[in-house]
Design a protein around this ligand. Structure first.
Ligand code: PBG
Length: 331
């Protein structure tokens, strides 16, 4: 008489480490990571960011060492964000067009030190340059103007491309900016400069520490809900992505990351294009604070959350944990 037993035992393939390795469906490697870096004025300057424990702003001369560190770790791409000096911020954010602004100097420093050895992705939006902290030009009522902003974003993109950016990443959420930027890049001969569009970017509560990092949090009045997406919406994200692909985006981004993995999956299944996610500053801070409070083990939390992006369908992840995760993966 045989005892009854389960039709199959899914635990069988989990019973030993070699078998778990053999059946593993997704793999996280340093090549999946994009490392966001904050740039500040000064020489030899490292400014720790209070709300992002373990993350600093670096002066331009310290960008090359960061880039070399990333290359040695196998991280293929950096994402740059400037902390513009207060006196260089204005209503119209014109510092974004200055060929010698922090962003352009950082791009050139990395390019000079690393050649084509690492990708440089640059953020296109006006919030690090405006005195009001909004991503675009505002009318007297404070409404962010779409078409007038797009014109400035085109200039900003050309400025970054001329400095040597490899990937233009518009994070502003204006309508029509991808086609305008693509046309301008082609017109200027930048045929191989990519566009990674922040296609589905939500008006999220998870961006707080980032706004400290680029120095816009004290300036921002109101919110960004007239251009960033409502967290309640999923179908609308698919429309945003469809538009950006039709307009010439090479890849699309979903942002924030973990709370929006359903969007990553829907975008990947619907469009079969390269999808990236941004594990944003508030997500990073949540992990760091949870670990500091003893609610979880830091390294395991970092690797599990990053792997979740791969499982959801991401080609890669922007994360402030990039260098740390790459070190863990290489060990
Ligand atoms: C702004 C921009 C933001 C982030 C990237 N680009 C913040 C915002 O929209 O207010 C957030 C990134 C993060 O929180 O880590 N153009």
């Amino acid at each position: 008489m045989s005892a009854s037993y389960p039709a199959t035992r899914l635990r069988r393939t989990r019973a030993s480490a070699w078998s778990r390795a053999l059946h593993r469906e997704n793999l996280l490697t340093p090549a999946d990571l994009i490392w966001p870096l904050f740039v500040t004025e000064g020489t030899g300057t490292e400014e720790p960011i209070g709300s992002l424990p373990g993350v600093s702003r670096w002066s331009v001369d310290l960008m090359a060492p960061r880039a070399k560190e990333a290359m040695a770790l196998g991280i293929p791409c950096l994402a740059l964000f400037p902390n513009t000096q207060a006196q260089r911020r204005s209503d119209d954010g014109r510092e974004a067009l200055n060929p010698d602004n922090l962003m352009c100097r950082a791009i050139r420093a990395i390019r000079d030190a690393c050649g084509e050895g690492i990708g440089v992705l640059t953020d296109v939006a006006l919030d690090p340059y405006t005195s009001h902290g909004q991503d675009g030009l505002v009318d007297p009522a404070g409404y962010v103007l779409n078409d007038a902003t797009v014109e400035v974003l085109v200039g900003q993109s050309l400025n970054q491309a001329a400095a040597g950016a490899d990937v233009i990443a518009p994070s502003d959420m204006m309508d029509g900016r991808i086609s305008a930027i693509r046309a301008a890049l082609e017109g200027d001969g930048h045929v191989n400069v990519q566009i990674m569009s922040y296609a589905a970017k939500y008006a999220s509560a998870f961006y707080g520490p980032f706004r400290d990092a680029v120095g816009s949090s004290g300036l921002l009045k109101g919110d960004k809900k007239t251009y960033q997406m409502d967290p309640a919406n999923g179908e609308e994200a698919l429309r945003e992505v469809a538009m950006d692909i039709a307009e010439g985006a090479d890849s699309v981004m979903v942002k924030p990351g973990l709370p929006y993995l359903d969007i990553v999956r829907r975008v990947k299944e619907r469009f079969e294009v390269p999808v990236f996610a941004y594990q944003v500053s508030g997500e990073y801070a949540m992990i760091e604070h949870a670990a500091a409070a003893g609610a979880g083990e830091r390294d395991a939390l970092v690797l599990e959350t990053l792997l979740a992006f791969k499982r959801a369908g991401c080609s890669g992840v922007l994360t402030y944990h990039a260098a740390h995760a790459a070190r863990l993966l290489g060990a």
